[in-house]
Design a protein around this ligand. Structure first.
Ligand code: NAD
Ligand code: MG
Length: 384
């Protein structure tokens, strides 16, 4: 690589954000950090800024502004607070690429703002495409912006498509680990506590996506994400449970040939691929050993027990603002489950009821998404 890429990391204090900084730490000749943002963890944000010397730091939680400012201003690092500031700083001239790694709907505004400014996007924040996939992909097209997937399954599909130019895709298979409750029935699920749901067998991730993985909502969100990223029809997207998480996803072409991308589960790989594209950077991540995995297995997803996946397909098929409703209801449901206010299975009830109750909009614009998100949260909270 000749020139350093200047990266803005939105959500640098999270699971994806900290792993992105691991990648940058190991590849200082390829990347520089221009912006860091976090929500509440001011201590970590300050520590990261002191190590990576970004131009600008934003703390979303305004009550932490003084603390961050006092720590960083002596080092000539600009400090701002609030989500509006995040949406503004992503437009800075000096930024080449924005890693969108804020969790949930909260990441939508800044990602759209970065796209409008023509920044290349490494997209971890799948909710952005679930909520407003049509708008976001349209804006990306208009502004000549590529959306490089960070989600491991979508990175796998993207890697399988490299070099295929205009060869049509017949279908894709998104692999799913099945999460910690694979094979369990509803009576078991009705008793599970957040401590059990937060233990993912193969991946260490933020709390929200870990619960989504246990409930299969994560795979539902990923199906919708794939539709927009790769311009596919709903019937071209299939989910297959693969408990070992070695095959990260599969593309099937119109001649019947299938390409899969494989490797040990490690998010640093897709993060690095998205940031360095089209290059592959040498890494010392642990390598796969066939003898340690004598069996790679595949099975059908149980959508009768894990209803969220079926609900996500239904929302995708309905289109319009339905996926936005699905996402908002799910965010409220997950937060309520994490606060012990509802049970594991009730999360699907909340999502289903919101999909029924919130007014359908066939062709939503940005303001409609904002209003839909708000209304779906209100309806969801009413049920809890
Ligand atoms: P996380 O909870 O670990 O981190 C979230 C980050 O966003 C933190 O830096 C937090 O400070 C910031 N944030 C949270 N709420 C915010 C708000 N309201 N305003 C501004 N900033 C806010 O989450 P994560 O696991 O790193 O996931 C981030 C995104 O990446 C999610 O959309 C997730 O679905 C996606 N993703 C994560 C993984 C993974 O392995 N963790 C894998 C694939 C996709
Ligand atoms: Mg994923």
């Amino acid at each position: 690589m000749t020139e350093k890429k200047n990266i803005a990391i939105l959500g640098s204090t999270g699971s994806i954000g900290t792993q992105a900084l691991d990648v940058i730490r190991a590849n200082r000749e390829a990347f520089a950090v221009e912006v860091l943002t976090g929500h509440g963890n001011a201590d970590l944000l300050i520590k990261q800024a002191l190590e990576f010397s970004p131009n600008t730091v934003v703390i979303a939680d305004e009550s932490k502004y003084q603390q961050v400012k006092e720590a960083l201003q002596p080092h000539d690092i600009k400090v701002f607070a609030g989500n509006k500031a995040i949406a503004q700083v992503v437009q800075m001239e000096s930024i080449d690429m924005v890693l969108a790694a804020i969790v949930g709907y909260a990441g939508l505004e800044s990602t759209i703002s970065a796209i409008r400014a023509g920044k290349q996007i490494a997209l971890a924040n799948k909710e952005t495409l679930v909520v407003a996939g049509e708008l976001v992909t349209q804006l990306a097209k208009e502004n000549g912006v590529n959306l490089y997937p960070v989600d491991s399954e979508h990175s796998a599909i993207f890697q399988c498509l490299a070099g295929e130019f205009h060869n049509p895709v017949e279908k894709i298979y998104l692999t799913a680990s099945g999460g910690p409750f694979r094979g369990k029935d509803k009576s078991f699920l009705s008793t599970v506590k957040k401590e059990q749901a937060l233990k993912h067998p193969n991946w260490e991730m933020g709390a929200k996506i870990t619960i989504d993985s246990a409930s299969l909502m994560n795979k539902g969100l990923e199906v919708i994400e794939a539709k927009w990223l790769f311009g596919l029809k709903p019937e071209q997207i299939d989910v297959i449970v693969h408990p070992q998480s070695i095959v990260h996803s599969i593309v099937q072409f119109t001649d019947g040939s299938m390409k899969a991308q494989m490797g040990l589960p490690d998010m640093k790989l897709p993060i690095q691929y998205a940031m360095a594209y089209p290059q592959r950077i040498r890494s010392d991540f642990p390598r796969f050993d066939f003898l340690k995995y004598p069996q790679l297995t595949f099975e059908q997803a149980d959508t009768k027990t894990f209803r969220n996946l079926a609900l996500a397909y239904a929302a995708m098929n309905k289109g319009g603002n339905a996926p936005c409703v699905l996402n908002a209801a799910n965010e409220v449901a997950v937060e309520s489950f994490l606060r012990d206010r509802i049970g594991f299975l009730q999360m699907s009830d909340v999502v289903e009821k919101c999909l029924e109750k919130v007014d359908f909009i066939a062709k939503p614009g940005y303001d409609d998404y904002v209003a839909t998100d708000k209304e779906a949260r209100r309806v969801a909270l009413e049920m809890i």
